[in-house]
Structure formats: C-alpha cells, structure tokens
Design a protein around this ligand. Structure first.
Ligand code: AP5
Length: 229
C-alpha cells in the first residue's frame, strides 16, 4: 500500500482589530470549528493579574489605564503559554502582536518552531460603535457567557441563561474613558501592522460591523481554505 504524506504543520492565525471588534468572540468560534487554540494575550495578562505574579503586578495598572503592557512582559506570558502541548494543532492569536516589536518577535519565535503566520485577519469597525460594544458588556463569573446592557440581557435579570449562575462581572478596563484610550493605542501602535502584513500578502480584511453570524461565516471561509490546504 502506498502511503500519502499528510501535512500536519500547525496553522497560525492572527486576529487584528481594535477593542470590541470581536476578536475574542470570533476566536472562540474558530476554536470550536477548527480545533485551533485561542491565545488571547489580554486573557493571559488578566490571569497573571489574578494570580498576583510579578508580570501581573507590573501589568495591572497599565491595563486599567488602557495602555499597552511592555513587549517584554507580553512576550514572557506568551512564550510560557506556547510551551504547553495543546497548541500543537495551531493557534488563533487574539490581541497579539500589537506593536512592531511584538510582530518581529513573533516571526522569530515561530521560525524557531519551524512555523509561520498563515493568515492575518483584520476586523474593520467604526470606533464610536466600539465604545458602546465594550462599555456595555459583562460576563457570567461562573461560565464566562457574555452579555450586554443594550444588546443581550439574560432572560431573567442577573441570572445566567447558560449555567444559572448569579454572579456577573465586568472588566476593570471596560468603561468609556478607558476604551477611548485603548482605541488610541490601537491606532498609534497596532494599526500600522495592517500594512506590515499586507505587504507580506497574508492579510485579509473583514467587515466586523456586520452581524456576528455573518462575520463568523466570512472568517470560517478564510480559515477553511488554510486548514484544507
Ligand atoms: P484585550 O483583552 O486584548 O482587549 P481588547 O483588544 O481591548 O479587546 P476586547 O477583548 O475588548 O475586544 P474584542 O475585540 O475581543 O471584542 P469581543 O469579542 O470581546 O486587551 C486588554 C488590555 O491588555 C490592553 O488594553 C493592554 O493593556 C493589554 N494587552 C493585551 N494584549 C497586549 C499586547 N499584545 N501588548 C500589550 N498590551 C496588551 O466583543 C466585544 C463586545 O461586542 C461583546 O459584547 C460581543 O458580544 C460584541 N460583539 C462582537 N462582535 C459583534 C458584532 N459583529 N456585532 C455586534 N456585537 C458584537
């Protein structure tokens, strides 16, 4: 019997977009559909803050102001996460890279692993709509189900539709003033990466003002081509 070589190289995807663009929402859906692992540097940093690690202590005040945490700290938490075995099938980088320095470090990190960036998806949105999206959101402390003051309230006020939990939480940086600072940081430091990846031919833009299901379908079409390749 002749054996056919199967390419099992991991697929690595970057989601670029301002706060509220839907990076986390779509990353979780892509994770579910394709078995890739969502790596959110925001979640990793919030985990470090909650655990009271040295990196977390240094990051806490910076995050609460809506500014960018230093490349050094972000790279340290990311490297630690990439060392875990579950990322073998590939990753969805959500909120990383955010600076030119992080993009260069990511190239080097992936090259060491014999991997590369397969696609960069830029989520295009309008800033003003992001202030409302982000400052109105809250989640169930028990299961993480997401809700919104204007767009998605639980059926019974204060009770999670999914797990019945009654403790809801909001991120410390999800207020209108901090969201505006986060948007400024995005435009100053992260938006230039759109041209960086476009020049490498890896960038696709998606209209992320569209309804969540439509955005999902468009993103799945992009990732589907990579995983089928
Ligand atoms: P991070 O946690 O990465 O936050 P962010 O980039 O500001 O993004 P968000 O999580 O707020 O938004 P999202 O795009 O994931 O949108 P979501 O899907 O939740 O970073 C937080 C902080 O950590 C930074 O400010 C920085 O200090 C630090 N940090 C993190 N990474 C760093 C790095 N690499 N370097 C330096 N510092 C770093 O959606 C938002 C809401 O909108 C939800 O309610 C959702 O249901 C809704 N929604 C989503 N899509 C749609 C849609 N299409 N239509 C209508 N509603 C939608």
């Amino acid at each position: 019997m002749t054996e056919t070589a199967v390419d099992t190289r991991p697929v690595n995807l970057i989601l670029l977009g301002p706060p509220g663009a839907g990076k986390g929402t779509q990353a979780r859906m892509l994770e579910e559909s394709f078995g890739l692992v969502q790596l959110s540097t925001g979640d990793l940093l919030r985990g470090a803050v909650a655990a009271g690690t040295e990196a977390g202590l240094a990051a806490k005040a910076v995050m609460e102001k809506g500014e960018l945490v230093s490349d050094e700290i972000v790279l340290a938490v990311l490297k630690e996460r990439l060392a875990q075995p579950d990322v073998a099938a590939g990753t969805i980088l959500d909120g990383f890279p955010r600076t030119a320095g992080q993009a260069a470090a990511l190239d080097a990190l992936l090259a060491e692993r014999g991997e590369q960036i397969d696609a960069v998806i830029s989520l295009k949105v309008q800033d003003e709509a992001m202030v409302e999206r982000v400052s109105g959101r809250f989640t169930c402390a028990g299961c993480g189900e997401g809700y919104h003051d204007s767009f998605k309230q639980p059926a019974r006020p204060g009770v999670c539709d999914k797990c019945g939990g009654t403790e809801m939480k909001r991120r410390a940086d999800d207020n209108a003033e901090t969201v505006r600072t986060r948007l400024q940081a995005y435009h100053a430091d992260t938006a230039p990466l759109i041209d960086y990846y476009a020049a490498r031919g890896t960038l696709t833009e998606v209209d992320a003002m569209a309804e969540i299901g439509r955005v999902r379908a468009e993103m799945e079409a992009i990732v589907g081509k990579l995983t089928a390749a």
